[in-house]
Design a binder for this molecule. Structure first.
Ligand SMILES: Nc1ncnc2c1ncn2[C@@H]1O[C@H](COP(=O)(O)OP(=O)(O)O)[C@@H](O)[C@H]1O
Ligand SMILES: NC(=O)OP(=O)(O)O
Length: 319
């Protein structure tokens, strides 16, 4: 790519799909996806190669809960397995993003196609993440309801950043992206691709072509980083709810940062400036990408500032 035309992997955060945690309807998600499509198509219109990735915590939790309420609890054979629910979430979210981005491209006269690749991500079955569930999925519950769910359904429930209790599942690290060669071919041919939705469907490689789905949710920031590395992207953009990463976040002496060097990032992590489960995985994914090869950068900013961020006018750049 030329200096100003970049290959960009964009990791879309929760607010890019479900802006209102109380309205989790498909109708609302479709409306939100339309808003999300605007800054994405801005980048496509500027000639950048864009690969989209996204989270799925609320959606995969919603899909599982639907099966759990529809099926008799004494007939667990009827329950939809977790990896299949992950695959459904990729299709559901991919469908909305595909429609929204395509509509915006057609209306702006951008002659490109977009498709979602159902993506499997290889994980290590001995990953310690399987022993300690940390990834929140689905809706928020009161402490009382969460206790009941732990007792009656055997779920692990944890408090999520002061917002209530959520079910948590295992979150192993991504090792490889099975469909990366397909994604690469599509991108080389000029198409916009949605991949590693929800961090990808976690699979263990049993050899001889056999991939076994695992009940877990991979962090989408780590999966996006893996895709960015494999596809030799110039830039990883992590879009979330804040315009800039801060130190002393939420305190009176909060300071927003425009540029963080690798050394500073490690120091800030050590000092505990980034909350686990929210900003910490983003900064860790950013560092991993930046350290994977010279010249790679990560930008963390909000969806509505993506265009300004890539022009170097806002956001936090790492590397
Ligand atoms: N040091 C920090 N600087 C900025 N935001 C932070 C920091 N620590 C925690 N946060 C919180 O992390 C949130 C982003 O994480 P999260 O909501 O999990 O992301 P997403 O769902 O967009 O992937 C921000 O909206 C902010 O509330
Ligand atoms: N898979 C994943 O990271 O989802 P969330 O971003 O919704 O937590």
């Amino acid at each position: 790519m030329t200096q100003d035309k970049k290959r960009i992997v964009i990791a879309l955060g929760g607010n890019a799909l479900q802006a209102d945690s109380k309205d989790t309807t498909a109708k609302k998600q479709r409306e939100t996806a339309k808003e999300t499509a605007q800054p994405i198509v801005d980048l496509i219109e500027e000639g950048h190669e864009v690969i989209l990735a996204h989270g799925n915590g609320p959606q995969v939790g919603q899909i599982i809960a639907t099966y759990e309420t529809a099926v008799e609890h004494d007939d667990s054979n009827q329950l939809m397995p977790f990896p299949e629910c992950g695959a459904m979430s990729q299709g559901y979210i991919g469908y909305h993003l595909q429609q929204a981005v395509r509509e915006e491209m057609v209306q702006r006269g951008v002659a490109k196609e977009i498709a979602t690749v159902v993506t499997q991500v290889v994980v290590d079955e001995n990953d310690p993440g399987f022993q300690n569930p940390t990834k929140p999925v689905g809706s928020f519950y009161s402490q009382e309801d969460a206790k009941k769910m732990e007792q009656e359904l055997g779920f692990v429930m944890k408090e999520d950043a002061g917002r209530g209790y959520r079910r948590v599942v295992a979150s192993p690290e991504p090792v490889d992206v099975v469909e990366a060669p397909v994604v690469s071919t599509l991108v080389d041919q000029g198409h916009v691709v949605i991949t590693v939705g929800g961090g990808g469907i976690p699979v263990v490689d049993r050899g001889n072509g056999v991939l076994e789905g695992k009940p877990a949710v991979i962090d989408k920031d780590f999966a996006s980083e893996k895709v960015a590395e494999i596809l030799d992207a110039d830039l990883l953009i992590i879009l979330t709810a804040v315009e800039k990463v801060a130190i002393n976040f939420g305190k009176p002496d909060q300071k927003e940062l425009e540029q963080i060097s690798v050394k500073e990032a490690y120091r800030y992590i050590e000092e505990g400036h980034f909350a686990p489960g929210s900003m910490l995985p983003k900064v860790k994914a950013a560092l991993k990408f930046v350290e994977s090869a010279p010249g790679r950068r990560t930008l963390i900013t909000s969806l509505d500032k993506a265009k300004e961020g890539i022009a170097g006018k806002t956001g936090t750049t790492i590397g």
